[in-house]
Design a protein. Structure first.
Length: 151
């Protein structure tokens, strides 16, 4: 007698013996086949592993676009002439528009009002840029506007 039939008879004896109650016997067979009531997915329980995971945040959400002043939380001030000079043309003294600076409307309006305030206070020139600030690293390139011209 080989070993395999021996093992089979032992398993049959264990499972089918009268010592094990009929209900448990049913669950053993049922769990093997996958038809037992115990194996059914509980729909009301969100912890069941087949359920989709609920995320706190939308993973496809686009990153918030902010202008450079909002990004670093800078409030332009008429006394901060070096910063305000960045938004002024070194050739004509003209204040660059929003299509060049890339600022949001609120900050652009604030920059323009602070520049005129500084000019009226005598801190900034009207027609040129202060020579000391001409070679400062630029925040934007006036030759390549971030948005097309409005005209
Ligand atoms: Zn902004």
């Amino acid at each position: 007698m080989s070993l395999l039939p021996k093992i089979r008879t032992i398993i049959n004896n264990v499972i089918c013996s009268s010592n094990i109650p009929l209900g448990i016997r049913g669950t053993i067979y049922g769990s093997v086949r996958g038809f037992s009531k115990d194996n059914e997915i509980d729909i009301t329980n969100p912890q069941t592993e087949d359920f989709p995971i609920e995320l706190d945040k939308n993973p496809y959400e686009k990153p918030k676009i902010q202008c450079i002043l909002c990004k670093h939380n800078i409030n332009p001030d008429y006394k901060n002439v070096r910063l305000l000079s960045q938004f002024q043309s070194s050739y004509t003294g003209r204040i660059y528009g929003r299509h060049i600076t890339g600022l949001c409307a609120r900050k652009q309006k604030l920059v323009e009002s602070e520049i005129t305030k500084a000019q009226n206070a005598g801190l900034m020139p009207y027609m040129t840029k202060i020579i000391d600030f001409v070679n400062d690293p630029q925040l934007f390139n006036p030759d390549h506007p971030s948005r097309p011209h409005s005209y």
